[in-house]
Design a binder for this molecule. Structure first.
Ligand SMILES: [Zn+2]
Length: 248
C-alpha cells in the first residue's frame, strides 16, 4: 500500500468509526418497531373467583370478559396488532399466572379490566390505577435500604410509562363516558403489578355494586362506549410509544 493508499485506508477507518458511532446513537434513539407490539388484555377474576356480584346477579368476571372481548375486536379490526387475552373464557387464573403470561410473551402493554365495588350502592363512576411500589417495599438490611425481590421489581423501570398510559386511558374514559363520575387516577400497591415488565394499568370503567351501573352494564350500547374508550386510549398510547410507525 502506497502513501495515498494509507491515507485512503485511514480515512476509511475514520469513516467506519464515525458510521458506527452514529449507528449506535441511532440504535438508542430509534423506537422499538411496531412489529413487536403485543397488547395484553386481562379480564379480571374468572372461574371460581367471581369478583364483585351486582344486586341483580351480574358477576364482575363475566362483565370484564365481555368488555375485554369488545376491546380485542376493535384492536383486531382497526389496529391489526396481536392481542393476548390472559383468559378468553370463564377460567380460574391466579394473578401470578396472568403476570407470567404477559412477561413470557413479551407484552408491550398490560391492561387489566375490572369493575369497582363499594359498600355504598349510590357510588358510581370510573377509575384508573397504576402500581405504587412505595407501599410494597421490603426492608432487607439494617440500613433500611428499600429493595424489592426481583420478581416484584420488574415494573419499576416502567412506572413513568404506566402513569402516562393511565392518564391517556383515563382521559379517553372521561371523553367516552361524559355522564359518569370521575373517580380519579390512583397509585396503589396492586398485586401482581410489580412483576409486570411493561407499562401496566388497571381500569375500573364502572361500579358494579351500583344497581344503576349494573343495569347499564347489561346494555350493549354502554359496553360499546366503554370498549371504544379503552380502545381509543390504547391506540393513543401506541401512537406515542411508537412514533414514526405507520398507523392506519
Ligand atoms: Zn376486580
Amino acid at each position: 500500500m502506497g502513501q495515498a493508499g494509507r491515507k485512503r485506508g485511514k480515512r476509511f477507518i475514520f469513516l467506519l468509526f464515525v458510521l458506527s458511532f452514529f449507528s449506535a446513537l441511532m440504535a438508542v434513539q430509534l423506537p422499538a418497531s411496531s412489529q413487536d407490539i403485543l397488547i395484553v388484555l386481562d379480564p379480571g377474576h374468572g372461574g371460581e373467583d367471581t369478583g364483585v356480584i351486582g344486586a341483580g346477579g351480574l358477576a364482575e368476571k363475566d362483565a370484564c370478559l365481555d368488555l375485554a372481548l369488545r376491546v380485542k375486536k376493535r384492536i383486531d379490526q382497526r389496529l391489526g396488532y396481536p392481542t393476548l387475552l390472559t383468559r378468553s373464557r370463564d377460567l380460574t387464573l391466579s394473578l401470578k399466572e396472568r403476570a407470567s403470561q404477559a412477561n413470557n410473551h413479551l407484552g408491550s402493554v398490560y391492561i387489566s379490566i375490572h369493575l369497582a365495588g363499594f359498600p355504598d350502592q349510590s357510588f358510581q363512576g370510573f377509575g384508573t390505577y397504576t402500581f405504587d411500589p412505595s407501599q410494597t417495599m421490603l426492608f432487607s438490611n439494617k440500613e433500611m435500604t428499600p429493595t424489592l425481590p426481583q420478581w416484584d421489581a420488574q415494573q419499576l423501570p416502567h412506572l413513568e410509562s404506566s402513569r402516562r398510559l393511565a392518564r391517556m386511558l383515563h382521559e379517553t374514559l372521561q371523553n367516552g363516558l361524559p355522564e359518569q363520575r370521575d373517580l380519579g387516577i390512583h397509585a396503589m400497591p396492586i398485586y401482581p403489578f410489580g412483576a409486570l415488565g411493561m407499562p401496566a394499568v388497571l381500569i375500573e370503567p364502572a361500579v358494579l355494586t351500583s344497581p344503576i351501573q349494573e343495569d347499564q352494564l347489561r346494555q350493549v350500547e354502554f359496553k360499546e362506549e366503554i370498549a371504544e374508550s379503552i380502545f381509543q386510549g390504547i391506540d393513543e398510547w401506541i401512537r406515542s410509544a411508537y412514533p414514526g410507525e405507520r398507523h392506519e
